[in-house]
Design a protein around this ligand. Sequence first.
Ligand code: GLU
Length: 322
Amino acid sequence: MKMTLLATAAVLGLALSGAASAQEQTFITIGTGGVTGVYYPTGGAICRMMAKTRAETGIRCGVESTGGSVYNVNAIRSGDLEFGVAQSDVQFNAYNGAAAFAQTGAISDLRAVFSIHPEPFTVVARADSGIVTFDDLKGKRVNIGNPGSGQRETMEVVLAAKGWTTADFAMASELQAGEQSQALCDNNIDAMIYTVGHPSGSIQEATTACDSVLVNVVGPEIDQLVADTPFYRVATIPGGMYRGSAADVTTFGVGATLVTGAAVPDEVVYQLVKSVFSDLDQFKSLHPAFANLDPVQMANDGLSAPLHPGAERYFREVGLIK
Ligand code: GLU
């Protein structure tokens, strides 16, 4: 664990009271994603909630921009991060050693904390590319996402479901989430893929800096994925949210979740969860993608790794779980 404990003497307090008061400080870091996604501001929102009680808890919360879900769970495994945001499918695959984790092995110490906002699998194409449906991506230049990102993990699942490989594209690039909007508008790619909450800065950039459209991801293979897999569900991106996409867009999606490691102390996880849930209205006001968050769903849905005991303690206390 990289968790640092610092004993700092409260010099002024000592001088005034003569008592040996020392405040122990704990540093935690939340791994997120690209800065124009929703994970990064989500981490910021959690830390902002925790900062309100820092004087009592001694916990200092920081945020790191990372390559995304898969990177985050691997960094939790190695102890480089205490918390991370991860897609619900990545949480499942990591804990069960499936998909991308079949080779690296299950992360059996992964623990769920709570679920957050929905993340539709979002395909954005240049308006001049002729791409209207997902099948039109064949033969095009597509950014399939950096290894370590959640969208790359989900894209691999979609390709397998379709019976496609990256050779079906004219080009399959691996740009980071934060780079793809500009690549799209510079005409270096025809389409980009992002599993992300809405509205997100990245999709706003891609739809305002040039003419582009959101693409439906539907069809029998997607229906099958949703039917077969508990964490995939049909998702709608509301029409009018982004320039150029006036009609609702139908796709499938996952949920963003907060995860941690079994070795992170119960008290730290408890305090984090308490800071978010004790003023959920304020938390929800910190990003528009949080608009429909519901505390019961957050404590129960999309969590396939065991709940961390610190989170469980808080949820039991307030009756969010039985
Ligand atoms: N879902 C993406 C991932 O797992 C990140 C989305 C975001 O940063 O908001 O990599």
